[in-house]
Design a protein around this ligand. Structure first.
Ligand SMILES: Cc1ncc(COP(=O)(O)O)c(C=O)c1O
Length: 403
């Protein structure tokens, strides 16, 4: 027998997680396993290993101090390297004491949810949103995520949408603790500009709520696009989340970063990081990476490959008559497959996902997992290896043509 709360967790049918591991155990390989799965479902950057690996190798250092306990929310030398890096986005100096690190952006989000919400408190989140937010922010803290349903085909977010959601929740007698925004947005690829970001901070101030800005894709931007970081704004209600998983292609290293200027939130986060401490050796290696003279060169290469892959993917999709929301940043595409549904329902959407997964052995993610209010939208990660992209899109196109 397990506890009721553990039971609630294990009842969750995490079919997308299962799909990911099915792909991992039987992956496509043009020479060894040509019928294997092509995984467009997991948001990871597979295009940078050859360029990040040398920087990591030269950063590995064995130091006696690192073999013992260090500050659990991040060694000082690592937090110093982090602020030196983030200052480029912030355009101002930042304090190492404003940083807490933990095992992934997910752990940072969980920490924030614990620090900001009592059970039953609400966090407003525009949909479609990254499905991991459900686990990270609601599962253990018992906060409630309130969707702000954006509409296709553009899924644009406005301040009015947020205000309406706030009124809806408070008129039910619930308390809104925070607004959560991802920018560059997963899954839409939108980047929220300075005007909207400042309006959201002002609104948070006015309503007395917190604003969590998840900027985990901040460096993954397409040419001629700019990312406006919330770090440019000094406000204790604003908490920035970052990590090494996406821009550096280091999802396996599981390192997330919180920047906040609220002393109470920082104090709570430092204490909660006890359960999510990053091994000190990883901190040492990532310090070397952040201090590398070749880091900017790495980002230039990463962004150029991102662009090439985006253009190659969308050219094939356009040839197949498939539209998507234009991407400004991030590593995923939000596809409109409504013309290929047997009916405009979430059942039909799930059916299309299962057919593509089982018959083509191609994994893309259905919109209902992102709490999208309109059936027929799917997310595709375009930073897969080139041969996977070519093969996956070929199988996918053939399937769509047959329907
Ligand atoms: C928007 C967003 N936030 C957080 C995460 C989780 O990051 P990590 O692997 O560092 O926990 C992801 C991963 O897909 C993400 O897309």
């Amino acid at each position: 027998m397990i506890s009721k709360r553990a039971n609630r967790w294990t009842e969750d049918d995490a079919y997308l997680v299962r799909a990911h591991f099915t792909c991992e155990t039987d992956p496509f390989d043009s020479a060894e396993n040509p019928d294997g799965y092509v995984n467009f479902g997991t948001a990871q950057n597979h295009l940078v290993f050859d360029t990040i690996a040398p920087l990591l190798r030269e950063s590995v250092e064995i130091v006696e101090r690192d073999t013992h306990y260090n500050e659990l929310h991040g060694a000082k030398y690592f937090r110093e390297a982090i602020v030196d890096f983030l200052q480029n986005w912030a355009g101002r100096s930042l304090e190492p004491d404003s940083i807490v690190i933990a095992v992934g952006a997910s752990a940072i989000l969980e920490i924030l949810s614990f620090a900001l919400c009592d059970p039953g408190d609400t966090i407003l989140v525009p949909t479609p949103y990254y499905p991991g937010f459900d686990h990270d922010l609601a599962f253990r803290s018992d906060a409630v995520l309130e969707p702000i349903h954006l509409r296709g085909p553009e899924f644009r977010l406005s301040i009015t949408d947020i205000e309406e959601a706030y009124t809806r929740v408070t008129s039910r007698g619930a308390r809104v603790a925070a607004l959560l925004i991802s920018s560059p947005n997963n899954p839409l690829g939108h980047i929220y500009d300075e005007e909207l970001t400042r309006q959201m901070v002002d609104l948070a101030d006015r309503l007395g709520i917190h604003l969590i800005l998840d900027e985990i894709y901040a460096e993954s931007i397409l040419p001629r696009m700019e990312h406006y970081s919330g770090l440019r704004i000094r406000n204790p209600r604003l908490h920035i989340v970052y990590g090494f998983a996406k821009d550096f292609g280091l999802s396996g290293y599981k390192v997330g970063i919180l920047h906040s200027e609220d002393p109470e939130v920082l104090k709570a986060a430092r204490i909660l990081s006890y359960f999510h401490t990053v091994p000190v050796m990883i901190q040492r290696t990532l310090t070397g990476l952040l201090r590398s003279e070749r880091l900017e060169e790495f980002f230039v290469t990463m962004r150029s490959r991102l662009d090439t892959s985006y253009r190659a993917t969308t050219a094939v999709l356009a040839g197949q008559g498939i539209h998507h929301v234009p991407v400004q940043g991030g590593i995923v595409l939000w596809l409109d497959l409504r013309p290929h549904l047997r009916s405009i329902t979430f059942e039909a959407e799930q059916g299309l996902w299962a057919d593509i997964f089982n018959e083509c052995r191609v994994n893309i993610s259905p919109g209902n997992a992102f709490h999208c209010s309109e059936p027929g939208w799917f997310r595709l990660c375009f930073t897969v290896p080139d041969d996977h992209r070519v093969e996956g899109l070929r199988r996918f196109g053939e399937h769509i043509k047959k329907r």
